[in-house]
Ligand binder design. Structure first.
Ligand code: NIG
Ligand code: FE
Length: 415
């Protein structure tokens, strides 16, 4: 059996997530469920989707057959916001924060992101690759078939490029597709302390052109936050990145309401992420644009910050995605099940909206909605099969990994 042709049949529920992307507002509830569903894939692509009873006649001995009776079949998850390439850990900071020290104060003192910068600068490419490779295997086991990864723990040209090189090598060597984002403006490194404008200048003149020339990042992201990068600095950085052909993302309104949501909408960024403190005007602006509002509820959970106003966003017409924000500081977890549970319980999202947010809208947040994020003819056969018969179990089986099988490009890669 070459494994080239795949037939999945008798899925109790086949969740297609078809429709134009990103799904905004009410459309997030349309997830296109086919009861007793089936799917055919050939050469890594989906060639047929429908009820099992309507499958075209075929010789099953020529196909790899998966009987998904009693199971739910859905698109592979897209984790559209992570910082997964890093050296070192910051376990002690978690407890400082529980003891009352604010996240931004730890950063201001040279800890936080800057702690990880020190460890990442000291790590070689092979070490970073080995660590990130193991993390990717853990994500795959939770059904993630596409993941975004950011640089931003180098804050100098050499280390930023090394982090991006780790992602491009891993893209060739393991099955989870990585979407690389350059985030040189994640913090101001110690050598530029108190000289943020000069650091922005350095990124624009020196680092961004090297990143663009090597073609190893698709997106540029900025931590737009009080005491980190201002709105004006963020705008400058993202405009410079766009001029070099990179698409824009923004860490917006995470801790302090600065107007990041409004800026992301104004710049037609691909996504505005976090948004815990997004203003009414920012939420309205996102409702008018296709900029994806990427919510990261595990970060609010770990930082004990208020949750983003997901209901206002969806009811106001915005496209919401959910992602983990996996990183060694504000959220050391890549648990898709925990994201799903928090989205339901704390963000008030409906199960169907959660599915959309983890699939097609995640794909849109990384500019991949034409290829992944839904089960429809012509798309990549990236599929997750759950142990249980409906998508409701993603939330209901709280915090548990219920992924039974993962298929990437039509190949069963995790079982
Ligand atoms: O998305 N806020 C900035 N960046 C990450 C945290 C990175 C870190 O703490 O190492 C975030 O929360
Ligand atoms: Fe982040």
């Amino acid at each position: 059996m070459s494994g080239k042709k795949l037939l999945i049949k008798h899925a109790a529920e086949l969740v297609t997530c078809v429709g134009s992307a990103p799904k905004q507002g009410q459309a997030m509830s349309d997830i296109g469920i086919i009861p007793d569903g089936a799917l055919l894939a050939e050469d890594g692509k989906i060639i047929w989707v429908g009820p099992t009873a309507e499958l075209p006649a075929l010789d099953e001995s020529q196909w790899e057959v998966i009987d998904a009776a009693g199971q739910c079949v859905m698109p592979g998850f897209v984790d559209s916001h992570t910082h997964m390439v890093f050296g070192g850990y910051r376990a002690e900071e978690f407890f400082w924060r529980l003891g009352g020290t604010p996240y931004l104060e730890i950063l201001e003192r040279g800890g936080g992101i800057l702690n990880t910068v020190q460890a990442t600068r000291a790590a070689g490419l092979e070490e970073l690759k080995e660590l990130a490779g193991r993390r990717l295997a853990g994500m795959l086991a939770m059904g993630v078939t596409t993941v975004e990864g950011k640089s931003g723990y180098g804050l100098d040209k050499e280390t930023e490029l090394r982090q991006l090189a780790v992602m491009s090598e891993l893209n060739r060597e393991q099955p989870v597709e990585i979407v690389p984002t350059f985030m040189g403006a994640h913090a101001v490194p110690p050598e530029y302390k108190g000289r943020t404008d000069e650091y922005v200048e350095y990124i624009i003149k020196d680092v961004l052109p090297a990143v663009a020339e090597q073609g190893i990042a698709e997106f540029c992201d900025v931590f737009c936050e009080q005491g980190v990068f201002s709105l004006a600095q963020s705008r400058r950085l993202l405009e410079a990145a766009k001029n070099l052909g990179l698409k824009a993302k923004l860490h917006a309104d995470e801790i302090v309401p600065l107007g990041g949501a409004e800026l992301a909408a104004e710049l037609d960024a691909c996504s505005a992420d976090h948004l815990l403190q997004a203003s009414d005007a920012g939420i309205e602006a996102l409702g008018r644009k296709s900029t994806v509002a990427t919510l990261l509820p595990m970060t609010a959970f770990c930082l004990r910050e208020p949750y983003a106003r997901a209901r206002a966003m969806i009811d106001g017409g915005a496209a919401v995605a959910l992602a983990t924000d996996y990183n060694p500081g504000s959220c050391f977890s890549h648990s898709i099940p925990l994201v799903a549970s928090l989205a339901a319980i704390q963000l008030g999202m409906k199960p169907a909206e959660i599915v959309t947010a983890l699939t097609i809208n995640g794909a849109a947040a990384v500019s991949r909605a034409d290829r992944v994020g839904s089960l429809e003819i012509g798309k990549q056969a990236d599929v997750v099969i759950l142990e249980y018969p409906s998508h409701l179990f993603l939330v209901y089986h709280a915090g548990m990994n219920i992924v039974d099988k993962v298929i990437k490009h039509g190949q069963l890669i995790w079982n």
